[in-house]
Design a protein around this ligand. Structure first.
Ligand SMILES: NC(=O)C1=CN([C@@H]2O[C@H](COP(=O)(O)OP(=O)(O)OC[C@H]3O[C@@H](n4cnc5c(N)ncnc54)[C@H](O)[C@@H]3O)[C@@H](O)[C@H]2O)C=CC1
Ligand SMILES: O=C(O)C(=O)COP(=O)(O)O
Length: 529
């Protein structure tokens, strides 16, 4: 049991809360106002929420100890991700735990909508028997337009196929192969709107999807279309939808979510053609267990000093590549830490070049780059730098960060080179991963080395003439520091050379001041890596 404190501010399944309770102190406090949350959030290292808590910039400003926000569900639009990222707070969700629940709810809503089941239920319960008033339409052979073909959209297509609907889908990042496998026709929105009998949205709520269904898109739709929203309020312009239902353009809508929840006094809710549920898409026993357990485990991973499995505000490495990338990330962090100790001046730019097999990591280099930045910035910044805020911390300080890949690998199977430019100098360090547990610094500037990064080192640049190295060793010896290893690299005899000394303890500044005064030594730095 640790001293960490975690706040659970929405109703979470016991299975998740119990896991956390074995690890740390857990407070479950639901229904807090923003002010109430601001008042207490400073005491917690972890915060677990569903859609009921707005994690605003104001809340985060007061979250002095917070390391982790877990969203027990998919959508993270209730969390100010920029503010969390700026503070280095890891935000993670449970993206697949409620996919089937939301998909089945969508299906239930579509069927209820097509057969007026909620309205008919209410009518019978009111003592009526109005069979002709509730004439429905069949799903068979109808066109289902799916906007957003991610996890839920794809599961829905599978089930709609079984109902013999014809599915068309729009998604700017669509997996065409998957769509073809599922017999789904990929189309643009302009093609989807005029042909669909049912339109269902399954996108996140982001700038691009806000009011994606609006007056203009409704004008493109078939008269008599039915709309389903089990994703997020805000994707549909509720006023435009209400107008179109009243005008008879849209036959009905099934809404699980609203722009403001609960949707008090909204005209759309009162329309008889609208059926609705109070954001129940994820509310199944199974889904709630899945998502609560997922975020509880991720919370523990982060509080233990690791990363989370489904981080949404930092680059994520696919699970099957994590083992391969880990030594590169470890090496990059060490290289960054070494480099920062070899430079003077205000840092202007950092470039990380990936060569040989290291160039094969595709977008995953982002993860490695952030760890290199962490290595560089940790020693010079007060606030903690991590995988979440490393890039932000660099750019905020005017440091340009870039990545490049090269086929040039200087004879190594893989090589990473970090070059740092300051307002007064430029320095670079290259590293190689020879096996999962063997990482090496193979060059400093233009000089080849073979150094295992770790411990205490002295790195000098000096003229390659007799006597320099001897004086060097004598000074270090007088300060009682043992030299454990030495490497000297030079490009040409008598010219500039580089020396890397591995030492068994920190070299005092006084010794370094004497070393730089040795005739022939141009720079000498002690570094701990
Ligand atoms: N009602 C409820 O209780 C629940 C609601 N949700 C909502 O459903 C959303 C979708 O969930 P998943 O399918 O699990 O997410 P997902 O991330 O697997 O799929 C979302 C898809 O939307 C696509 N997309 C992004 N921008 C788009 C755009 N401008 N136009 C069209 N497509 C776009 C993405 O490429 C992605 O394929 C979540 O973001 C969440 O807001 C999720 C679970 C439960
Ligand atoms: O997972 C999602 O995105 C949801 O909307 C589910 O919301 P909830 O956790 O039920 O408040």
């Amino acid at each position: 049991m640790t001293d960490f404190r975690v706040l659970v501010s929405d109703k979470l399944a016991d299975e998740g809360v119990d896991i956390l309770r074995e690890y740390c102190n857990v407070d479950v406090k639901t229904g807090l106002s923003e002010e109430e949350l601001i008042e207490i959030i400073g005491e917690y290292e972890g915060l677990l929420v569903r859609s009921g808590t707005q994690v605003t910039a104001n809340v985060l400003a007061a979250a002095e100890k917070l390391k982790f926000i877990g969203r027990a569900g998919a959508g993270v639009d209730n969390i100010d991700l920029d503010a969390a990222t700026e503070k280095g707070i890891i935000v993670a969700n449970a993206p697949s735990g409620n996919t089937l629940a939301a998909c089945e709810h969508t299906l239930a809503m579509m069927m209820s909508l097509s057969r007026n089941i909620p309205q008919a239920t209410a009518s019978v319960k009111a003592g009526e028997w109005k069979r002709s008033q509730f004439m429905g339409v069949e799903l068979n052979n109808k066109v289902l337009g799916i906007v957003g073909f991610g996890r839920i959209g794809q599961e829905l297509a599978k089930r709609a196929n079984a109902l013999e609907m014809r599915c068309v889908a729009y998604d700017p990042y669509i997996n065409r192969e998957r769509a073809t496998e599922l017999g789904v026709e990929v189309c643009t929105l302009d093609e989807l709107f005029p042909q669909a009998d049912f339109i269902t949205v399954h996108t996140p709520l982001v700038k691009e999807t806000r009011h994606l269904i609006n007056k203009d898109s409704i004008a493109q739709m078939k008269t008599g279309v039915r709309i389903i929203n089990c994703a997020r309020g805000g994707i549909i312009d509720e006023e435009a939808l209400a107008d179109a239902i009243e005008e008879g353009k849209i036959a009905g809508a099934a809404l699980d979510v609203y722009e403001n929840e609960p949707p008090e006094g909204q005209r759309i809710v009162a329309l008889p053609q609208v059926i609705t549920t109070p954001h129940l898409g994820a509310s199944t026993v199974e889904a709630q267990q899945n998502v609560a357990v997922s975020v509880a485990k991720q919370c523990i991973d982060v509080l233990e000093g690791g990363s989370a499995r489904f981080v949404v505000n930092a680059p994520m490495v696919p699970l099957d590549q994590q083992d391969r990338i880990e030594p590169y990330a470890r090496l990059a962090q060490k290289m960054g830490k070494l480099l920062i100790q070899l430079i003077d001046g205000r840092i202007e730019s950092v470039e990380i070049e990936y060569g040989g097999k290291a160039a094969d990591f595709g977008r995953n280099t982002k993860y490695i780059t952030r760890l290199a930045l962490k290595g560089m910035l940790d020693p010079i910044l007060q606030e903690p730098v991590n995988i979440v805020n490393a890039e932000f911390a660099a750019t905020e300080r005017g440091i340009r960060v870039s990545e490049s890949i090269t086929t040039e690998s200087k004879g190594f199977t893989n090589i990473m080179t970090i070059t740092m430019k300051t307002d007064s100098m430029q320095e670079s360090v290259s590293g190689n991963v020879s096996s999962a547990d063997k990482i090496r610094i193979v060059a400093i500037g233009d000089y080849m080395t073979d150094m295992t990064p770790g411990g205490d080192v002295v790195i000098s640049r000096h003229r390659d003439v007799p006597g320099v190295i001897g004086q060097f060793a004598t000074i270090i010896g007088t300060y009682d520091v043992n030299i454990a290893g030495m490497q000297v690299g030079r490009n040409q005899p008598g010219q500039e050379a580089i020396m890397v000394l591995n030492v068994d303890a920190a070299v005092p500044q006084e010794a370094m001041d004497k070393i730089v005064k040795i005739d022939g030594v141009s720079t000498a730095r002690y570094a701990h890596i």
